[in-house]
Design a protein around this ligand. Sequence first.
Ligand SMILES: Cc1ncc(COP(=O)(O)O)c(C=O)c1O
Length: 397
Amino acid sequence: MIGNRTLAVPGPTNVPNRISQSMYIPTEDHRAPDLPGFVKPLMEDLKQVFKTETGSVVVFPGTGTGGWQAGLENLLFPKDRVLVSQFGQFSKLWVQMCKDMGFTVHDVAVEWGEATPIDQYRDILEGDVYKDIKAVMVCQNETATGVTSNVREVRELLDELDHPALLMVDGISSIGCIEYLHDEWRVDVAIAGSQKGFMMPTGLVVVALSERVCKIIAGNKWQAKFKYYDFGTMLSANETGYFPYTPAMTLMRGLRTATDMLLEEGIENVWARHTKLATGVRAAVDAWGLTLAAKNPETASDTVSSIKVDRQTDANDVILHAYNKYGISLGAGLGPLNGSVFRIGHLGWLNETMILGVLGGVELAMRDLNVPFKAGVGVGAAVSVFSQAEDNVVNLF
Ligand SMILES: Cc1ncc(COP(=O)(O)O)c(C=O)c1O
């Protein structure tokens, strides 16, 4: 096709040229004497993305799923009790992993489109009189339904009940995009992937650990030792400025640039930009007369919108047509949502005009398929949102 394809899936996200160029380097010696001069500041600076001063960050090759496994493997034993909820494809898979790893799972399944059910968490935690539950888990942003959960609320609940459980957060489609406060919320394990908020190719897992967890790991003589995912081995190697395995240096160079870009923009500005762009998308959805899979507008995600089409239309037709005719990749409905929703990813390296292009492309595809709406209303609604926004400074070049 002539012109660029448009990537509007909720990850992997667009990779800025600055990041691509920083990875265009000859192969590096990962045991070079000057490597610590690169590794140590990167590990420090990454902490700012997670808003942690007291915690530590580890980075290893893999994807978000590997981050889940690593977090569980490092801190829990088979049969340990965990509290986790499922309300979409990713939270569902996380629950499944917990079951498959042999934990005793309090599996709170709520309707897809809901967020982490705080009332049910309360009931279960209040009932846990011996404080047996070892970990409480929150999928901060369910990418399948476009729903954001309130991590702060879960922390407050644990504090109120004086419950010592570890707090584990899947921040794979939220960290580096929307508010995430590792120290303030006293999260113990938070998992991010390179291909979402970090605007990188897929291939790195970035995990933030709390001070408490680092101490547990340091005192751990038996768990995950000499396994690939052992955080303890990673932390000790990182302290010297190296890694316990062959690091993906090319991606690490990209991660350096990604971190620079996020910090140059200012992490709070990154969050504000995502809110602004998401508000524009939601205005468009509303103007089209469509609705979100997110049941409560307050939990609608600022990184992905899962959009329900009218009953006459198969959402997969919209996705296929948008791709084949206009070169736009939209996210498909996952699991039971397949066919009834398409998803627009609005995370990562994006500005207003890129979003307007996506919305325009969706309008073209929907018009071709006779979805009833007035051409231009969605784009117009988003233009109104963007033109009224106070901060229109998006300098991401
Ligand atoms: C919220 C969430 N958790 C977990 C995953 C799984 O991550 P990965 O595909 O990188 O293994 C994804 C992937 O999109 C996700 O969005």
